[in-house]
Design a protein around this ligand. Structure first.
Ligand code: NPG
Length: 383
């Protein structure tokens, strides 16, 4: 492919309710979208999951935009024939910026797969036509928790519930939800790094609730702490924040810090790297699942495609658009009454933004055209 135009688009969507974790409270979803147009006439969309502030990862939306504009996009424009695979190889020379790289890769994959009429799911190696829906529940009052969990489980058909926890909001909400949903319900918790190894005795109280896992209890960089905690708990430990590439996943597994890995395509630098982590984890017998970062319908659809790979045996943070948004920018992703989300099977990501929605000034903050050097366009015209 040859790139004829690239734009960055800053969008924001109000959340249906504030989303509170141990680290931050979000009332808005801010996303940076990338739209790639190729000489061959294909359009591809990517979504960058970086947040406005560096509470979850050091990469913010502004950092990602700068890296895209000044480094990553110019490098891709220099490639004689662009594919997502070649871009990944070229961009590996650049340190960091996994979320920016992932967004650019997603736009290129979308465009190149549309050109050959192939779905992202097929390209990645999907084996399932639908995936189980799982939902992440923020920190809230006890009364809100009861209403929310009952609605997600029994009205909206979610097959797995994840509770955000922090010191002071852990054993009690887990006890309550276990009573509400019964012994068979799939339940897990996520600490987002809010605990210390000294809390091991307290966290061990969660062992009696038969949780699927405790995700990221300790600080992101504390692999040894997680390994030590794992020796004290029955509940398996899953890592999220520190896994930014395949090497990180291998290191965490080898150190005994992760019995399970949450794979977020944005956090690991893209869908191709996510597939590689899925492969090495399968080879080591470590279960994996697809995490979410409150994506719009674009990232949500692509995450569902990834989750259809064979070794994604644990239910992911894969929820309907309406979990977070009254109005998504794509046709809404939905959970069926069977608790499943259909894997998109149309070319590319399989969904497109609704341009009338994106055109609303309250949704698109601004659009930036990335200049394409004259020689890149000239080579394209000469071909
Ligand atoms: O379903 O998209 C979703 C949200 C899942 O809880 C979720 N994500 O810490 O894993 C997390 C959390 C998150 C959201 C992290 C946004 C970073 C940004």
């Amino acid at each position: 492919m040859r790139i004829a135009g690239i734009e960055l688009r800053w969008v924001r969507l109000p959340l249906v309710t504030p989303f509170r974790t141990s680290r931050y409270t979000e009332e808005w979803k801010y996303a940076l979208l990338i739209r790639v147009r190729t000489e061959e006439g294909a359009i591809g969309w990517g979504e960058c999951v970086a947040m406005r502030v560096d509470v979850y990862s050091p990469e913010t939306i502004d950092d990602a935009a700068r890296a895209l504009r000044e480094t990553l996009i110019p490098m891709v424009l220099e490639l004689p024939d662009v594919t997502a695979e070649k871009a990944k190889e070229a961009l590996a020379q650049v340190e960091g910026h996994p979320m920016a790289k992932a967004a650019l890769e997603m736009a290129l994959l979308d465009a190149q797969l549309r050109l050959i009429g192939r779905s992202l799911a097929a390209h990645l190696g999907a084996v399932r036509p639908a995936v189980k829906a799982g939902v992440s529940v923020g920190i809230m009052s006890e009364k809100e928790l009861i209403d929310t969990v009952l609605r997600y489980r029994f009205e909206e058909h979610y097959q797995r519930i994840k509770l955000k926890i922090e010191p002071g909001w852990d054993v009690e909400p887990v006890h309550l939800v276990r009573e509400l949903l019964g012994a068979d319900a799939l339940l897990q918790v996520d600490g987002n790094g809010a605990y210390r190894l000294e809390d091991a005795g307290h966290l061990a109280e969660l062992d009696r609730y038969d949780l699927l896992m405790i995700e990221q209890p300790l600080a992101a960089d504390d692999l040894d702490g997680h390994a030590a905690l794992a020796r004290k708990l029955k509940t398996p430990i899953c890592l999220d924040e520190p896994i930014t590439c395949t090497a990180d996943a291998i290191r965490a597994i080898d150190r005994g810090a992760a019995a399970i890995i949450n794979i977020k395509p944005g956090r690991v630098g893209g869908y191709l790297e996510a597939k590689e982590i899925h492969r090495v984890c399968a080879a080591r017998g470590v279960p994996v699942w697809v995490g979410g970062m409150v994506e719009t319908g674009l990232g949500r659809a692509a995450n569902v495609a990834l989750a259809a790979l064979p070794h994604f045996t644990i239910v992911g943070d894969l929820s309907a658009s309406e979990r977070f948004f009254t109005q998504d920018i794509t046709p809404p992703i939905v959970v069926g009454t069977d608790g499943l989300i259909r894997v998109p099977d149309k070319p590319g990501i399989g969904v497109e933004p609704d341009m009338t929605v994106l055109a609303r000034p309250e949704i698109t903050d601004h659009v930036e055209q990335i200049p394409i050097p004259a020689q890149v366009l000239a080579v394209g015209r000469a071909r």
